[in-house]
Design a binder for this molecule. Sequence first.
Ligand SMILES: Cc1cc2nc3c(=O)[nH]c(=O)nc-3n(C[C@H](O)[C@H](O)[C@H](O)COP(=O)(O)O)c2cc1C
Length: 251
Amino acid sequence: MTRAVESPAVQAAAADTDLTGATAPEHVFSPAQQEAVYRAIFERRDMRHFAGGAVAPAVMRRLLMAAHHAPSVGFMQPWRFLRVATRALRAELQALVEQERQQTATALGERMDAFLRLKVEGLMDAAEVWVVALSEGREQHVFGRRTLPHMDLASTACAIQNLWLAARAEGLGMGWVSMFDPVAVASLLGMPEGAEPVALLCIGPVRHFYDDPMLQQQRWAQRTALDDVLFEDTWGQPLSAGGTAGSGRGD
Ligand SMILES: Cc1cc2nc3c(=O)[nH]c(=O)nc-3n(C[C@H](O)[C@H](O)[C@H](O)COP(=O)(O)O)c2cc1C
């Protein structure tokens, strides 16, 4: 599938490096390297269908190393990764997810039936399942978190995204499952007081990657137009024409 690398964003990025003249050439990735980065970004999908198989330990370690090189608030590195090694434990996690799926369905009201038709996890089919959690003792970290304590979660999300992109580059699918009661998962996995699970990651070989987000394919939601999420100076005010082409104000 080549659609992603031909996207306007890639073309814009390429045009930028041609036009600005401000970036030292040695800092710019080669076109092939840029294409690879954007390809990983655009072809990454949240996967819920897996083909079984295995992830070689060396590959899994590379993915975890990519995650561990994510940015973090105050260099806090609040992420912890726990491998689910036994099928019995996977089944227990899956049961907790199923409980929450039913609760979510009830909470959705009129969209309940449509929601229940969606596949929201591939826990029993993925080659690997890893739980990502926020570490205990996070209250000691104030740098960058005094007014925004949830920056620890933001940092951990960056780590998960790194892992997701690296997995895509390795040809592996990943699904982020967040439908669970964190207290129940923490207790099942023996987490200390203050630690908090934020993701069950299903990782492994897939038969194919969805061309579009599965929730879009299933008409649950559509990608918002980029221009609808870009403002200038005041909330709600659309970006002026120069805004994404380089306005000369700090870019
Ligand atoms: C924080 C977070 C939690 C998510 N939790 C779930 C989940 O519990 N079940 C699920 O099927 N997908 C989950 N997803 C995946 C999203 O549904 C998916 O990212 C979105 O539909 C866009 O699709 P894409 O990732 O393929 O671009 C989660 C994604 C994020 C970022």
